[in-house]
Design a protein around this ligand. Structure first.
Ligand code: FAD
Length: 449
């Protein structure tokens, strides 16, 4: 099939939606656009695994981690299972493209090209993303198929475009500008839910009913995700209700630094990261809670943290591949060096710092670590162990079920003193932090015994 044939049937649109970090039907503008465009045509809804699984550019032989660890894989598979079920309820289904699923072991990009050509795709809908590697894949497709019309939609951030003219160098400046210039309720604009459709347009008749079927597979039992962390939109919305119904937001600011208690922080990050939960829906729920229950320092602080997420999303868009540079967005690279032995001790939780070891063991067995834990292990990695921060960020990328390219690399840059921190690098006093956050040693006992 040549490029000329693609998109030749102009009256009959064949729309392809590529899911990425927008794995939901609620408040999903990309899906909504795809469904609308395909009204008189057909609709392909696909998730392509391995189109850009790792955000990390290829540093050559430097890194030896798997692209996606077992916990991340499990959470993703659960999320896709849930998405497939939702799409089937609307009369369509999820197409799953993955290298190992092809008889000839064709790589995912080539399979996607075959699908586009065989089905004569006319339009592609995607969510705008800060994911550098994903964007490279989109660019490559745009270049290969110039006749296909692309529709980029905002589904990941609170604001459709960057809420400040330029991205300020620090979070504080960003927050002040956003709070000054924007009505805090502006996220309520333009919510569109796919539930408006009784049905989604169907897949093309030319696609075999067994083609690209999504089949969930068994999980590795060595991973024990916190039972509440189950992937999928259904679970995300259930958690949203449970969190607000329990009135946990009222105390968030005083409890959020806990190392290990479920409702001491919101725990929305894994669902936000893969898009099973819309951040706008979350903010609307918070505003509603403030009107109906209480608006206090704690509820404000949830907004504050969501703004950190927003800041890093636009930081990722702005700094693109500089997110991965050793010198970050600064002028000077740190003097730290890679050391394989120290790296492995840190990874497996075998350093001489018990609080670090407990956090790393928690991460390795559950795929999650508290924000305080992340700050401590990153600070130890950079300052006590003197290591190249990019190895730490890459290990997080492999392990975290809430891995998000901008939040992860942005936070690591920040802590390494090569990012958005005007004060330069931050070192945490591990002894003091242990006394403050684990005074009786309960957290360390749990993970080190
Ligand atoms: C080195 C390092 C790496 C990190 N990597 C990631 C990552 O890959 N993905 C990720 O989602 N978060 C990352 N974070 C930020 C933060 O640790 C997690 O978002 C948070 O711990 C998730 O738990 P929670 O949902 O209970 O957070 P809460 O404390 O309840 O915060 C509410 C929400 O605000 C956002 N948020 C909070 N703190 C931050 C922050 N510092 N930066 C960006 N967003 C924030 C998250 O979306 C979070 O779900 C990282 C932090 C550090 C220090």
């Amino acid at each position: 099939m040549t490029n000329q044939h693609v998109g030749s049937e102009l009256n009959h649109k064949v729309v392809l939606m590529l899911f990425h970090n927008d794995l939901r039907v609620h408040d999903n503008q990309a899906l909504h656009t795809a469904a609308r465009l395909a009204d008189n045509g057909s609709l392909l809804l696909a998730y392509v695994s391995g189109l850009a699984d790792s955000s990390t550019p290829n540093w050559g032989e430097a890194y030896h981690f798997d692209e996606m660890g077992l916990a991340r894989q499990q959470f993703l598979i659960e999320s896709l299972t849930d998405l497939d079920a939702s799409l089937q309820n609307f009369g369509n289904r999820l197409l799953y493209l993955k290298e190992e699923h092809s008889e000839q072991n064709l790589d995912a990009f080539i399979q996607l090209c075959q699908l586009i050509e065989a089905q004569k795709v006319t339009d592609i809908c995607v969510s705008s993303t800060a994911d550098y590697a994903q964007n490279l894949a989109y660019r490559a497709l745009e270049d290969k198929y110039p006749q296909i019309v692309w529709h980029y939609r905002s589904t990941v951030t609170l604001f459709k475009s960057m809420p400040t003219k330029e991205l300020p160098r620090s979070f504080t400046q960003f927050r002040k500008k956003v709070e000054y210039e924007h009505n805090l309720l502006s996220a309520q604009d333009d919510l569109v839910t796919c539930q408006n459709f009784a049905k989604l347009p169907c897949v093309p008749e030319t696609l075999g009913s067994n083609d690209y079927t999504f089949e969930p597979r068994a999980f590795d039992t060595s991973v024990q995700l916190e039972p509440n962390f189950k992937g999928g939109e259904g679970q995300a919305l259930a958690h949203l209700n449970a969190y607000f119904d329990a009135q946990a937001p009222s105390d968030y600011k005083v409890t959020r630094n806990a190392l290990d208690t479920w409702d001491h922080s919101t725990k929305f990050s894994p669902w936000l990261a893969n898009g099973s939960l819309s951040v706008k829906v979350l903010l609307n729920r918070l505003r509603h809670y403030e009107q109906e229950v209480v608006a206090n320092d704690s509820t404000y602080w949830i907004w504050f943290e969501l703004l950190w997420r927003e800041y890093f999303c636009w930081y990722g868009v702005t700094h693109d591949k500089d997110l991965f540079l050793f010198k970050g967005i600064s002028n000077r690279a740190p003097s730290n060096r890679h050391n394989q032995q120290r790296l492995e001790q840190w990874q497996s939780g075998e350093t001489k710092y018990p609080i670090i070891n407990a956090c790393m063991k928690q991460l390795n067995s559950t795929g999650y670590m508290s924000n305080r834990g992340r700050q401590l292990v990153a600070s130890c990695f950079i300052h006590e162990l003197g290591l190249d921060w990019r190895y730490g960020a890459t290990y997080f990328e492999q392990q975290l079920i809430d891995y998000d390219v901008s939040s992860n690399w942005g936070n690591w840059q920040y802590l390494a003193g090569v990012g958005a921190d005007p004060r330069g690098c931050r070192q945490f006093n591990l002894k003091k932090q242990t006394q403050q956050h684990d005074p009786n040693g309960d957290f360390m006992d749990k993970w080190l015994s």
